[in-house]
Design a protein around this ligand. Structure first.
Ligand SMILES: [Zn+2]
Length: 397
């Protein structure tokens, strides 16, 4: 099997080399047409067109989302269904500063490469277009609509300023507190008013104080989304929105209760009424799958990609909707460095996402994904171990 594996890996590599100019063109096209979450019309269309011209069967508007898609190519009957997840949303104002053009195109390249040998494999390969990772939680909507039921394993790669086969992510939950008071003239009859803005300010201060008694991995950041209408009117409505994050998924509910208590206390103190809006999807902390992680490490070596040495530095963690996927199936979300100095969500990182190094890493990312999928298609023991690891480390949702 080893010989067969390395023969097929060579074929995958050659296929990606053969498509490299086209993949770079698509990555640049997505980069030059930055579209925010759920509005990635041009980007998703470019990926769909390429998948169709490579004979994938493509379903558009997956889960009722206009910019989501599912593409499949079938090998021999049986075997696993392995998906490469494609992201292509940009950030408001600063464009592709998270490098999702690389994610979208690397998954496309991996899909095309595996498709080219799919008749030799047992199973199915998918490329799934998952919109709105930056806050919209596209994958979570697709999960809830059952899109991932037909998939056994999900893989993707994220560009970064460091290289890790696995990096933890923070569980994150957005929440908004809306306070309703009573309007009154702030000079003529302030005693008749109930000040909703005061409730927001007290919530903000209480949470700042709470932060001192929380574990170091917790991050709570808020913005005031409504402060009232005019200085001469006591604010009858005011609102504040927070992102609450922790590394410890099991602690999130307790943490949210503490944060809510701050708002409830403020409502009581000001005599206002509190409405809590928790309608946004929460991002789960990502779960590692050790057997797949080991396969990725081997393939990184094969591609001469060095991992960044582990550091004791705090921080460096964000939140990903891939976290939610990692809790329902074996998955992987490695990070590959396209810049040494600049972190994601900066102007410099945006430029790195279409630099020579960015393009080279996008092609290597495609190979990394394709190789890892091939390992899982060919090595039954690895596949079983990956499934078992997922079951053994199942975390309650
Ligand atoms: Zn990102």
């Amino acid at each position: 099997m080893k010989k067969e594996l390395s023969r097929l890996k060579k074929q995958l590599s050659l296929k990606i080399d053969e498509c490299s100019a086209r993949l770079i063109e698509i990555s640049e096209f997505i980069h030059q047409n930055p579209e925010i979450g759920f509005k990635e019309y041009k980007s998703s269309q470019a990926l769909i067109k390429e998948l169709q011209s490579n004979d994938f069967i493509v379903e558009k508007n997956t889960a009722g989302l206009k910019t989501a898609f599912t593409a499949v190519a079938r090998g021999k009957e049986g075997g696993p269904a392995i998906a490469f997840l494609s992201e292509y949303d940009a950030l408001p104002e600063i464009g592709h500063a998270c490098g999702h053009n690389i994610i979208g195109t690397a998954s496309l390249g991996a899909g095309i490469a595996v498709k080219s040998i799919i008749k030799e494999l047992t199973g199915k390969v998918y490329v799934v277009g998952t919109p709105a990772e930056e806050g919209g939680g596209g994958k979570i909507i697709m999960l809830e609509k059952g899109v991932f039921k037909k998939i056994d394993i999900s893989l993707m790669v994220h560009p970064f300023n460091k290289t890790y086969s696995f990096l933890p992510s923070l569980a994150a939950k957005p929440i908004e507190f809306i306070f309703y008071g009573k309007a009154a003239h702030s000079a003529i009859s302030p005693e008749e008013g109930l000040n909703a803005l005061d409730a927001v300010v007290q919530t903000y201060n209480s949470i700042n104080a709470l932060r001192l008694q929380l574990p170091g991995d917790v991050s709570i950041h808020g913005i005031i989304t409504d402060g009232g209408l005019a200085p001469n009117i006591i604010s009858a409505r005011a609102a504040v929105k927070y992102a609450v994050r922790t590394k410890n998924q099991n602690y999130l509910d307790e943490l949210m209760d503490k944060v809510k208590a701050c708002a409830r206390g403020a409502a009581m103190a000001t005599g206002t009424t509190l409405e809590i809006n928790e309608s946004w999807a929460g991002y789960d902390a990502i779960k590692n799958n050790i057997p797949i992680d080991n396969a990725i490490k081997k393939n990184l070596k094969l591609l001469s990609i060095k991992q960044t040495p582990p550091s004791m530095e705090a921080g460096g963690m964000g939140s990903l909707d891939m976290g939610n996927i990692s809790r329902i199936m074996p998955s992987a979300h490695p990070f590959l460095a396209i810049s040494d100095d600049f972190a994601v969500h900066t102007d410099q990182f945006r430029e790195a996402a279409i630099s020579k190094r960015g393009h080279e890493m996008m092609l290597k990312a495609a190979k990394l994904l394709a190789y890892t999928a091939l390992d899982l298609f060919m090595d039954n023991e690895l596949l079983e171990k990956a499934k078992q690891d997922f079951i053994n480390n199942r975390v309650p949702l």
